[in-house]
Design a protein around this ligand. Structure first.
Ligand code: AMP
Length: 130
C-alpha cells in the first residue's frame, strides 16, 4: 500500500481538497508554492502513462476541476501542471498556482509549511471545487 493509498484510506492525515469515486486531491505536504495540490487515482498505478486511456482522461478532467478551484481560491496567473513521480510510486498530477516561472521550481520546496495556513488554503480551495 503506498503512502497515498494510506491517505485515501484515512490512515494518514492530509489537507484534503476533494474526492470522487475514482480520484482524490490533497495539498502537497512540502509545497513548491502555497496551494500546491496533488491529484491521485484511488487505484494504485506507479507510472501515470500505464493508466488506461479512459481512466487517464477522467483523471485529467478531475484535475481540471481542482485547478479551477485553485485558481479561484489562490492569487495566481495560472495553475501549472507537472508529473514527476520520482518519489512516490503512485501516479499523481501536481497542480501549482503560478505568478512566475519560479513558482514551479521543485528544487525550492517549503520544508515546514505553516499548518494553519495549509488548513485555511485547503478549505478555501475545497469551497471553490465544483
Ligand atoms: P514525486 O513522486 O517526485 O512526484 O513527488 C512526490 C510528492 O509527494 C512530493 O512533492 C512530496 O512532497 C509529496 N508527498 C509525499 N508524502 C506526502 C504526504 N504524506 N502528504 C502530502 N504530500 C506528500
Amino acid at each position: 500500500m503506498t503512502i497515498f493509498s494510506k491517505i485515501i484510506a484515512g490512515e494518514i492525515p492530509c489537507y484534503k481538497i476533494a474526492e470522487n469515486d475514482d480520484f482524490f486531491a490533497f495539498l502537497d505536504i512540502n509545497p513548491v508554492n502555497y496551494g500546491h495540490t496533488l491529484v491521485v487515482p484511488k487505484v494504485e498505478t506507479d507510472y501515470i502513462f500505464d493508466i488506461d486511456d479512459d481512466h487517464l482522461a477522467k483523471m485529467m478532467l478531475f484535475a481540471k476541476r481542482v485547478a479551477k478551484a485553485i485558481k479561484a481560491a489562490m492569487p495566481c496567473r495560472k495553475v501549472g501542471v507537472t508529473v514527476l513521480g520520482l518519489e512516490v510510486p503512485h501516479a499523481h498530477i501536481h497542480l501549482v498556482p503560478l505568478k512566475t516561472e519560479g513558482d514551479m521550481d521543485f528544487r525550492n520546496k517549503i520544508s515546514n509549511p505553516d499548518p494553519e495556513k495549509m488548513k485555511q488554503i485547503a478549505e478555501a480551495i475545497s469551497e471553490n471545487f465544483e
